[in-house]
Design a protein around this ligand. Structure first.
Ligand SMILES: [Mg+2]
Length: 236
């Protein structure tokens, strides 16, 4: 076995955000399939960027966008499984090689973490099937071990509890949630870590600049994940 469950309990485990942190997108396929779902399932011509979606879980943004079009949260939730199914089907059908590109330093950092006997976790607003498919196309799927995904909740902070459930089940342990460290590229990732009472590493490889993220006071801030030694030191 790659990991020793007894030792995992005392290790800090990184929970990676995906978009803007692990990879960048070459197109707006994820937005497009969300909008297909709005139309096919809810009969609404809505744009995903009707709201600021950065750092929202997909469940949250789907509810928020559809509220703008007069639907209640209960109405959205009543057909939410169908919504995710339509998104997944269209995403899997349309995705092409090169659609998701790993950001600099990602493979090296994820590999170095694994080499220390620590798994890499995912904490993303993406639905689970779409998240793993993006990672596959980016060529980095095999470097990730478990995850918490944005089709399970409309509150990002609850994904930390979900990550604990996943790791506990996978390795048969009772992992202390405060040993998780969030890694992300937006102020919402930082807020999520604060809400959960855990540290956060911010990387300015996404839509926010180094200066913008600095104002949010992350525990560690790096311009890119090529700062392998700094990040490893922070989580050691
Ligand atoms: Mg992100």
């Amino acid at each position: 076995m790659l990991f020793n469950p007894e030792q995992l309990i005392s290790k800090k485990i990184l929970l990676w955000d995906l978009d803007g942190t692990a990879f960048s997108a070459a197109n707006k396929l994820h937005d497009a399939v969300t909008e297909i779902g709005f139309r096919e399932i809810y009969g609404v011509e809505a744009r995903k960027n009707d709201v600021v979606t950065d750092g929202m879980t997909d469940k949250q943004l789907i509810i928020e966008v559809l509220k703008l079009h007069g639907l209640t949260k209960e109405q959205v939730e009543a057909r939410f499984i169908e919504m995710i199914n339509v998104m997944n089907e269209n995403f899997l059908r349309q995705i092409k090689p090169g659609d998701y590109i790993p950001l600099p330093g990602v493979k090296e950092l994820a590999t170095a973490i694994r080499a220390q006997g620590t798994p890499n976790g995912i904490l993303t607003g993406n639905p689970e099937i779409i998240a793993w498919e993006k990672l596959r196309v980016a060529g980095i799927k095999d470097l990730f071990d478990f995850g918490a995904f944005g089709d399970s909740t409309d509150k990002r902070v609850e994904l930390v509890t979900e990550a604990k459930r996943k790791i506990d089940t996978k390795f048969g342990i009772n992992y202390p949630m405060t040993n998780f460290v969030i890694l992300g590229d937006t102020p919402k990732d930082i807020a999520c870590a604060r809400d959960a009472g855990i540290p956060v590493v911010a990387v300015s490889s996404g839509r926010y600049t180094f200066e913008q993220l600095k104002q949010e006071k992350p525990d560690l801030l790096v311009p890119s994940l090529t700062e392998t030694a700094k990040i490893l030191k922070f989580i050691s």
